[in-house]
Design a protein around this ligand. Structure first.
Ligand code: ZN
Length: 232
C-alpha cells in the first residue's frame, strides 16, 4: 500500500525539520545574547556598514533600513544593502557583526566572487525545482508509477539542493570577510571580534541545517521512488 505523505521514511523529513528548528533557535539565542553587548566604539549597524563599504573601496552601494526580524540582506542587482531595524540602529556587537556580514556580500559582488555569480545563476533553476518537483512526482505516481516523470521530479528537487550547496561557500566566505575586516580594530576592539564570530557561526549553521534538511528530503524521495518498480 502506498501512502504519499506519511510512510516510515517520513521520519527523515521530521529529522530535517527538528535540525532546522534547533539551528534557528540557536541563532536567535546567540544574537540576543550578543545584542546585549554595546560596542565600545558605539558604532551602529548602519554606520559600521557605511564605514566598511567605503574602507573596501565600494561607493556604489546604498545602505537602507527595512522592517522585519533578521531580514538583513544585500541585493547585487539594486546594489542596496538592507539592514533590519534590530541591526540598523543598534550599536551592539551582534548588530555590527550582521552588518559586516552583509558588507561581505557587497565585497563579493564588487570582486566578482564566482561562487556568488554561480549562486545567482542557479536561482531560476532552484525556484523551478522547488515549485515543480512534487507536483511532477505526484503525477508520476498517479500514472501508475511512471518512472520517467518520477525521475524528472527527483532531478528537479535536486536542483534546489544544488542551490543550497552553492549558497554555503558564499555565506561562509561573507562571514570570513566580515571577521577579517572587523579584526583591524577600527569598528570593534579586538576582544569583541570573538563575539561576532559566535554570532556569524550560529547564522552559518542555519544554512547548513537547511541544506541537510533538503538532503534528507531528497534521500526520502530516492528511497521511496528511486528503485525500479517493475516487480510490483
Ligand atoms: Zn549572507
Amino acid at each position: 500500500m502506498f501512502y504519499p505523505f506519511f510512510d516510515p521514511t517520513y521520519i527523515l523529513v521530521i529529522i530535517g525539520l527538528v535540525i532546522s528548528m534547533a539551528a534557528s533557535a540557536y541563532v536567535n539565542h546567540t544574537f540576543r545574547r550578543y545584542d546585549q553587548y554595546r560596542s565600545r566604539t558605539n558604532t551602529s549597524g548602519t554606520d559600521a556598514a557605511r564605514f566598511i563599504l567605503s574602507q573596501s573601496g565600494i561607493n556604489n552601494v546604498g545602505v537602507q533600513k527595512i522592517s522585519g526580524d533578521l531580514t538583513d540582506n544585500y541585493n547585487g542587482q539594486t546594489k542596496i544593502l538592507s539592514l533590519s531595524e534590530a541591526t540598523a540602529d543598534s550599536t551592539s556587537v551582534a548588530a555590527i557583526g550582521v552588518a559586516a556580514h552583509e558588507c561581505g556580500h557587497a565585497v563579493q559582488d564588487h570582486l566578482n566572487y564566482w561562487p556568488m555569480r554561480l549562486r545567482t545563476a542557479l536561482v531560476p533553476a532552484a525556484n523551478l525545482g522547488s515549485t515543480l518537483s512534487f507536483p511532477i512526482i505526484i503525477v508520476g505516481v498517479l500514472l501508475s508509477f511512471n518512472q520517467t516523470l518520477i525521475y524528472i521530479g527527483i532531478f528537479l528537487f535536486s536542483l534546489a539542493l544544488l542551490f543550497q550547496l552553492v549558497t554555503l561557500p558564499v555565506e561562509f566566505n561573507a562571514s570570513r570577510r566580515a571577521l577579517r575586516i572587523l579584526s583591524d580594530g577600527q569598528v570593534l576592539s579586538r576582544d569583541e571580534v570573538p563575539m561576532v564570530r559566535k554570532v556569524l557561526t550560529a547564522a552559518a549553521l542555519t544554512y547548513v541545517a537547511a541544506t541537510l534538511a533538503t538532503f534528507l528530503q531528497l534521500l526520502r524521495l530516492i528511497i521511496l521512488f528511486g528503485g525500479n518498480r517493475d516487480d510490483n
